[in-house]
Ligand binder design. Structure first.
Ligand SMILES: [Zn+2]
Length: 335
């Protein structure tokens, strides 16, 4: 499906970033020259528009971790989004007390919450039996059987929270860089290249809540241990709140873009399919999370339910734009 194109880009960029990170300490002179220019531009943009993204990136620079490498269109928001996302992972796992098993979730405004990772089971165990329709998005990449070594799978709820946090700050970057992107991207670039990212919010909420639901039923000792980890739950609530507000702001950007930028009219079928596909996926996970088995988990974690967090009615109708109406209708489908 069309939504996969943005995902494929994300995976490809992650691979490139992983490879370039290996050479981060000793780049070839030619490569260093390119990276230096790119890094300088990217950091400058983040500093101006996205304080949290800049804080993450500049903090990890101090530890010799520089993920802003490779050449990219400087107005391509995916480049900033994915780099902030990956930097968030390095913040989680490479900082300070790694040898003591401490992990850090960045919660914004230069603040973090540290947790000591406990023994947990792999995410795959809790998620292998979920309905097939819920496995079409990020399931295979993060919690499927073929990817048993990724953090989201190995570290159970702690790894899922790491991914949830990384997607949150990537989404925040998309929102913060809107004024920068708005004037420069061509056609509907800002929208069709970023809409899929908001799905990760409900998708990881679902992965986490299914993990906890399974633990409650099948591994009560692990469940009890997780639910007594107040710092983990506090981080979960903080990221959840931030993530939901970023998506809400993103929706406002979409409306603004549609009403002020007539280039929205130039949507082609693929763009529309991508955006509506993302909305449809989003709604599918919302419906799932509103089932009683998950709302009990939601409550136990002190989270708000997803529909309450992000009211879909935030999308006003503007009938003169056929495409936006289609998106609005899709967005409103679960009200
Ligand atoms: Zn990630």
């Amino acid at each position: 499906m069309a939504a996969f194109s943005a995902k494929r880009f994300s995976v490809a960029l992650s691979v490139v970033l992983s490879i370039t990170l290996v050479f981060a300490m000793a780049p070839s002179p030619a490569y260093a020259a390119i990276a230096e220019i790119t890094n300088k531009q990217a950091s400058k943009v983040l500093k101006k528009y996205d304080a949290d993204g800049y804080y993450l990136v500049s903090t990890m620079h101090k530890y010799g971790i520089d993920l802003f490498r490779g050449s990219a269109d400087k107005y391509d928001i995916r480049y900033y989004r994915t780099n902030v996302h990956e930097t968030c992972h390095s913040y989680f796992s490479h900082l300070w007390d790694n040898k003591y098993g401490m992990r850090y979730y960045y919660i914004g405004n230069k603040k973090r919450i540290g947790v000591t990772k406990k023994d947990v089971f792999k995410s795959y165990i809790a998620l292998k039996s979920v309905p097939k329709r819920l496995r079409e998005g990020r399931w295979g990449e993060y919690v499927g059987k073929s990817n048993l070594t990724v953090t989201a799978n190995v570290y159970g709820i702690y790894g899922l929270m790491d991914e949830f946090t990384a997607y949150c700050w990537g989404m925040n970057t998309i929102v913060k860089l809107y004024p920068y992107a708005k004037a420069k991207t061509t056609n509907s670039g800002y929208l069709n290249l970023t809409s899929d990212y908001s799905v990760s919010y409900v998708e990881f909420r679902y992965f986490m809540e299914q993990y906890l639901y399974y633990a409650k039923k099948k591994k009560p000792a692990v469940y009890k241990q997780i639910m007594s980890d107040k710092k983990l739950l506090r981080a979960m609530r903080a990221i959840d709140k931030k993530f939901a507000s970023a998506i809400k702001a993103y929706d406002k950007n979409v409306v603004d873009y549609a009403s002020t930028n007539r280039r929205f009219d130039k949507y082609d079928a693929e763009d529309l399919e991508e955006i509506c596909g993302a909305v449809s996926e989003y709604n599918m996970f919302v419906k799932e999370l509103l089932k009683s088995r998950y709302t009990a988990i939601t409550k136990a974690c002190g989270l708000k339910n997803v529909a309450e967090r992000h009211p879909f009615k935030a999308w006003p109708k503007t009938p003169e734009l056929e495409e936006e109406s289609a998106y609005t209708a899709a967005r409103s489908a679960v009200i």
